[in-house]
Design a protein around this ligand. Sequence first.
Ligand SMILES: Nc1ncnc2c1ncn2[C@@H]1O[C@H](COP(=O)(O)OP(=O)(O)OP(=O)(O)O)[C@@H](O)[C@H]1O
Ligand SMILES: O=c1ccn([C@@H]2O[C@H](COP(=O)(O)O)[C@@H](O)[C@H]2O)c(=O)[nH]1
Length: 238
Amino acid sequence: MGEPIYRRVVIKLSGEYFAGDQSFGIDQPTIDRIAGDLIAAQKLGVEIAVVVGGGNIFRGVEVSSRGVSRPTGDTMGMLATVMNCLALEAAIERRAVAARTLSAFVMPQVCELFTRGAAHRYLAEGKIVLLAGGTGNPFFTTDTTAVLRAGEIGAQAVLKATNVDGVYSADPKKDPSAQRFERLSHSQALEGGYKVMDATAFALARETSLPIIVFSIAEAGSIGAILSGTGRGTVVAG
Ligand SMILES: Nc1ncnc2c1ncn2[C@@H]1O[C@H](COP(=O)(O)OP(=O)(O)OP(=O)(O)O)[C@@H](O)[C@H]1O
Ligand SMILES: O=c1ccn([C@@H]2O[C@H](COP(=O)(O)O)[C@@H](O)[C@H]2O)c(=O)[nH]1
């Protein structure tokens, strides 16, 4: 693989993907494989921060449909992302690579609080930094968290690693005639209302001129391929 196209990135990992073939929970072989992919990507010479979703455990909207208030459901979702980060941190460290989880919530017995200073320091030390707890606020998503944290830590792009290989004209899982885009501007992504990411995330990325690459994590090595400029994904930029 050649020179990486970015030197510091935030990788948004689908929480749903962490469940593997199950509909709920954490599938250890899947996490071990993702840990290997992250380490291989870091070896290209890229500083890596990771935001993990929580869809494999709790989504606030679903929890609140069962009678819990939305802010409480969202808090449960954000705590789910902490569990995912701890599982990923352990999988990375089992491979003798240093990783640190930084949380949006104060939880000193569990992990350190996210500050820009701590993130910069750990990235400069060569650690993989896992950003847990979303933004710390209800009514947001981890896609928005990824864009927000990328702006805060000076990352050059957000790589959204998910279960589809790009942005389509409609949800490809529901509409087999959906067309895949190779490239879109932030404004086109917003105007199209493409549900692969929420509008807040696209709007903040437009505001901060941050490129987003949407790609599938199903293939081992896909993160490294995207960073080398050879992977398949939709670039949302400009
Ligand atoms: N226009 C579209 N183009 C591509 N995917 C789309 C589109 N509209 C909806 N989707 C769906 O968006 C999903 C990916 O976004 P989603 O936010 O659900 O996943 P994630 O971020 O990977 O999950 P999690 O919330 O668990 O972290 C895909 O499963 C796909 O079916
Ligand atoms: O800033 C945030 C981030 C997330 N949440 C809640 O967590 C779940 C899981 O995140 P996903 O992005 O859906 O994977 C989300 O559904 C929200 O309920 C939040 O409130 N604030």
